[in-house]
Write a protein that binds this ligand. Structure first.
Ligand SMILES: [Zn+2]
Length: 384
């Protein structure tokens, strides 16, 4: 059976840039938008026009580049903000308003009734301007569920095309997420729901997938999981989990995931952690003897998917945990064929040196050890 199509909404340029300490230049914003478009995401949340002229200029650049993906600008439920977005020429607007009592009373100093009125007025205005509208329930996860269902019904009556369920403080878990999304869709049949989950307990991707299982149609993501506090569901994790766990299909070209992650890591000055799911350096690195032996015989023994599928490369490390298969294979790549005795001796040296240095060894360090062991001289630098 064909997998259900799940739409990917990337918000690296909006929520991602809201990460404390992260700022993208105008050129970087355009570049990231173009890379996302080439990667095949369905929608790009380009920024918040109400922030002023710097943001507006960057958004206009992106709109002028005419990406294939739908462009969306983020707004409070304020008509003047929405006007600014429409003037930027975007295809869609996100209209956000708090829905939990703590946000409504403490932050907005408002009431549930006034929230419904304000959202309805903003949504009606935006639809009159002919743009696609996503109504965002800020702090949906802590909202009263009956009020949330009412909020969704009113939004749809005003013409909203989609409801964005925001786990603003990242407090959900997959089972509870499934129940809430199923309930909302049951009370508003045919509703398009976007999962916008935060990673405060490390469950943003799992929660987004749980939402899709319950019938959500869209997932909001950021490259490398950038975003407020612990960040959002990561683009690379969501796309690969949907695909490999049989939960849905997307239009994202997975080979672009690692190059995209590298670019955004540089632009955000947030290096990709070595163990980061899908795009981290260590995802395809093998060192322990048993793993390397298996991976060399058939990579599927210790890899969930091939590195090339996400634009990455397999790496074999040699170090304390290495076995002879790794040493032999590494030396072969450098043109040296080892006898069994040489291999054993070199492996012993590698283990000792690796413990002293407290890390794996580079190819050249391995070569030095070999040369030292054989009593041969090393190639001088420049003679390589
Ligand atoms: Zn968010």
């Amino acid at each position: 059976m064909a997998l259900r199509r799940v739409f990917i909404v990337d918000t690296t340029l909006r929520d991602g840039e809201q990460t404390a300490g992260v700022v993208f230049s105008r050129q970087e914003k355009l570049r990231i938008a173009m890379l996302l478009d080439e990667a095949g995401v369905d929608e790009i949340e380009v920024g918040t026009p109400a922030m002023g002229s710097v943001e507006v200029d960057a958004i206009r650049d992106i709109v002028a580049a005419r990406p294939r993906a739908r462009t969306m600008a983020w707004n409070r439920a304020v008509i003047a903000d929405i006007q600014k977005s429409i003037e930027c020429g975007v295809d869609a607007v996100a209209i956000s308003i708090p829905v939990s009592d703590i946000h409504i009373s403490k932050k907005l100093r408002s009431s549930r009734e006034r929230v419904l009125e304000q959202m309805a007025a903003a949504c009606t205005y935006a639809k009159q301007q002919g743009v696609y509208v996503s109504v965002n329930g800020e702090d949906s996860s802590r909202a009263d569920l009956d009020f949330l269902a009412e909020f969704v019904r009113v939004a749809r009556e005003c013409g909203a095309d989609r409801f964005r369920f925001c786990d603003t403080v990242g407090v959900m878990e997959p089972f509870g997420t499934y129940r809430v999304i199923e309930y909302l869709i049951r009370s508003s049949p045919g509703l398009s729901v976007e999962m916008h989950m935060h990673d405060d307990f490390g469950m943003a991707t799992a929660n987004a997938i749980a939402g899709v299982e319950a019938g959500a149609t869209h997932i909001g993501v950021t490259v490398n999981g950038l975003g407020e506090r612990a960040g959002n569901s990561a683009l690379e994790e969501v796309v690969m989990a949907l695909k490999h766990m049989g939960k849905g299909s997307t239009s994202v070209r997975t080979e672009s995931l690692r190059p995209l992650a590298e670019y955004v890591a540089r632009a955000s000055s947030r290096p990709i952690p070595a163990g980061k799911a899908i795009v981290g350096d260590n995802i395809f690195a093998h060192e322990s003897g048993i793993h390397v032996d298996g991976a060399l015989k058939d990579p599927k023994t210790y890899e969930a998917f091939a590195p090339s599928e996400v634009g990455g490369k397999r790496k074999i490390y040699v170090g304390k945990h290495s076995g002879s298969a790794a040493i032999r294979a590494k030396m072969e790549t450098m043109g040296v064929h080892l006898s069994d005795a040489q291999c054993d001796k070199l492996l012993d040296k590698v283990r000792h040196v690796s413990v002293d240095l407290k890390r794996a060894l580079s190819d050249s360090e391995l070569m030095w050890l070999y040369s030292e062991m054989e009593g041969t001289s090393l190639p001088r630098s420049g003679q390589r």
